[in-house]
Design a protein around this ligand. Sequence first.
Ligand code: NAD
Length: 428
Amino acid sequence: MSSKPFNAFAMAQAQFDKVAELLGLDQPTRDLLRQPMREYHFSLPIRMDDGTMKVFRAFRVQHNDARGPGKGGIRFHPQETIDTVRALSMWMTWKCAVVDIPLGGSKGGIICSPHSLSMREQEALCRAWVRAVARDVGPVRDVPAPDVMTNAQHMLWMLDEFETIHGGRYPGFITGKPVGMGGSRGRTEATGYGVVFTLREALKELGIRAQGTTASVQGFGNVAQHAIDLYQQIGGKIVCVSCWDEGDQQAYTYRKKDGVDLAALRKIADRFGTLDKKKAVDLGYERLPGDAWIEQDVDILIPAALEHSITDENVGKISKRVKLIAEGANGPTTPEADHVLQERGIFVIPDFLANAGGVTCSYLEQVQSNMNYFWEKDEVLGKLDVLITAAFIAVSDMAKKRKLYMRDAAYVIAIARVAQACKDRGWV
Ligand code: NAD
């Protein structure tokens, strides 16, 4: 991670401005799209287990809903900032547009550290968050989902609170629910699998067989674990994973040159995707510094942890062998680092395309919830593959046609669609 101050929203706006110029968007459309349409900032007073009251800051940002109800996760993170939420909401708008699903972009967050909160305290936070925005979210307005450090249980508490307030059953209010309680089969796998669907297509494009390729992964959470799973199924070898260690307040990379054993690592990971460092070493993994994942001699890098991971400070450490980067995380690459990747001719599958499997499956979950009829896992994953592959092909065709970098091509498609929807509605 870079030591320079980083503002995700400034980065999201810079990316937007570049493409607005490319597309020749008019000024009102630029003014509308370069910031969120609505923001909610609120305080959540919570009674803690020890009897004291503690106040948490929380947000919901609705960037744009011209193409459909807002969609976006809720993140629990101690370093959450309004600008991070703004950026993530904007990226959600582009993400839904690039995969062509009828949803807009939103994001939410609570500044908190779930590691030091009991389950009861987390439930109280979830319910308080919903009470604060209950009138401004919902199946036809804005549909939340899990994100970093939130999961199906959090979604179910939120749904329960929403339904209590509105007096009915509205399973389409929120996605990422447990299977059997309105959740979709395949949702857990969706983001990581989506990363690998795009990776598979990119390899085809580069004329490389997946079998025998190697990759290094940042993160070992939901996205990373499922990406590793499918990548190994198509014949790839993962040599490194990394994770944050809360106790040591730093990240570590765990390396096994002959390939990591996903099942064994899962057994020694906690629910936050942190590996037990002693057990990892006992299993024969080398424990390296947190940044070491980026400097491995591999074909593919998969950043799947947090934003701001590939920066001007570490981009130079990327091995000459790396041909492809699939951005599982949101916003992992800074514009400066991106410039270097582009100059080096590394094929980058941009975040809002590579990790769109999550929101695409969320959309499929919402469809199933609204009609109260649930599909088998194969059907869900099959539909997901079709949607993500079609989106990848559209972006790569655009990149070739207009000689654009993949990220720019994805932005051109997404922003043009959203701008058109705003125009067609008569907003600008
Ligand atoms: P998660 O909380 O399950 O896992 C995050 C992982 O990153 C953990 O293993 C954690 O230890 C690790 N990590 C944190 N800081 C790190 C650091 N400095 N170095 C190395 N590892 C570090 O989260 P997730 O759901 O897997 O999400 C990961 C990323 O993917 C986020 O950017 C998120 O916004 C994005 N994303 C998630 C989904 C989804 O469906 N879960 C969908 C789209 C995008």
